[in-house]
Design a binder for this molecule. Structure first.
Ligand code: FE2
Ligand code: FE2
Length: 358
């Protein structure tokens, strides 16, 4: 939920961003899981890797990173309306998703405390990082006279239940895609500082290393569970989560083309780059990944995104629900068809590649 900070000078000056962003399929979600199963995860086959990632998390490299310096001490009135709206929307989504990670990791840490102390500690360190990220973004929002009511969000959001295996696949991907999203924006602005209208982006380089470490931790969890990469079921889930994350990313980036434009980035190119890189990174953890170089891969994903825009236009009309349903039927069938074709296309066998390397 977004609240304007009660400042009489600015109150009412900026209509259009006070309302909470409507919850849709694309809004960052809040998760809960089977804590007993999580506590019983057996890490014995990956002990060495686990203690290495735990060591990295304990080192706390970004302890002093999230401190607002003097660059923030200025007015942001010069940022034009369009940029401001796009940027604030980006801040709100990012803050929600960082906070959603914080809540999940904090709860895991609490529930596992007496049953699996080492795993509990790792989740505690992950929660520490996400709290910093969410807090830092929330402070940035306050520069625009907004704040996210995190307490309200905790109580009033619906929590989606995910089995531990799904949590591991989904969080691994969200950490790694987070890494690629932040680093791509950072590298781009390094080359084009003229597009950097707010100092938050300068923090992305070290920030994304946190996400990278979080992803590595989930990689250890995944590799410690042979059923997640040795079985056909594991293979099917791996492809399913890759497809879901990439489709959601494509739709979200396309919907927020404006934001990427304000940074001088081409939204389509940015999406393709992030998806390719995340897929490539997932080769190291997943049993299979998608073939992003297939000539139809991005064409199909982007078609789904266009279908989504068509549906939004239909939803915005005053027509009765059943008429909307019928009008959306062809686009929904088309989306389903394209997703199915991507899902069933020949994947890249990561286990075979691993066997070759060894
Ligand atoms: Fe984060
Ligand atoms: Fe993270």
């Amino acid at each position: 939920m977004v609240n304007t900070i009660q400042n009489p000078e600015t109150q009412g000056l900026r209509p259009g961003i006070k309302n909470p962003v409507q919850e849709t399929l694309l809004t960052p979600r809040f998760y809960t899981t089977d804590f007993d199963a999580m506590a019983n995860i057996n890490l014995s086959t990956c002990e060495e890797e686990f203690s290495a990632v735990l060591q990295e998390l304990r080192a706390d490299y970004n302890r002093h990173h999230f401190v607002r310096d003097e660059q923030f001490d200025q007015s942001w009135e010069q940022i034009d309306e369009r940029t401001r709206l796009a940027f604030v929307d980006f801040l709100e989504r990012s803050c929600t998703s960082e906070f959603s990670g914080f809540l999940l990791f904090k709860e895991l840490s609490r529930q596992l405390k007496n049953r699996n102390p080492l795993l509990s500690e790792a989740f505690h360190l992950l929660a520490r990082d996400e709290a910093r990220h969410a807090g830092f973004i929330n402070k940035a929002m306050s520069d625009f006279n907004l704040s996210l009511d995190l307490g309200y969000l905790t109580k009033n959001r619906t929590y989606t239940f995910f089995k531990p295996e799904w949590i591991i696949f989904a969080v691994y991907l969200s950490e790694k895609i987070g890494y690629w999203r932040y680093i791509t924006v950072f590298r781009h602005l390094e080359k084009h500082p003229e597009h950097e209208y707010y100092p938050l982006f300068r923090y992305f380089e070290n920030w994304c290393q946190d996400e990278n470490r979080h992803g590595d931790f989930f990689k250890v969890l995944l590799r410690s569970q042979p059923n997640m990469w040795q079985s056909w079921k594991g293979r099917l889930w791996a492809r399913f989560f890759l497809l879901t994350v990439f489709a959601t990313h494509t739709l979200t980036v396309n919907e927020r083309e404006d934001f990427y434009e304000t940074l001088g980035l081409d939204a389509k190119e940015y999406n393709r780059h992030v998806v390719r890189k995340t897929n490539e990174t997932s080769l190291r953890a997943f049993p299979e990944v998608l073939d992003t170089e297939h000539p139809d891969f991005f064409r199909r994903l982007e078609q789904c995104s266009e279908n989504n825009v068509k549906n939004q236009k239909i939803d915005a009309t005053e027509k009765p629900k059943w008429v909307k349903f019928l009008l959306k039927l062809p686009t929904n069938c088309s989306t389903l068809w394209h997703l199915l074709r991507i899902y069933l296309a020949k994947p890249i066998d990561a286990e075979a590649l691993r066997a070759e390397v060894h």
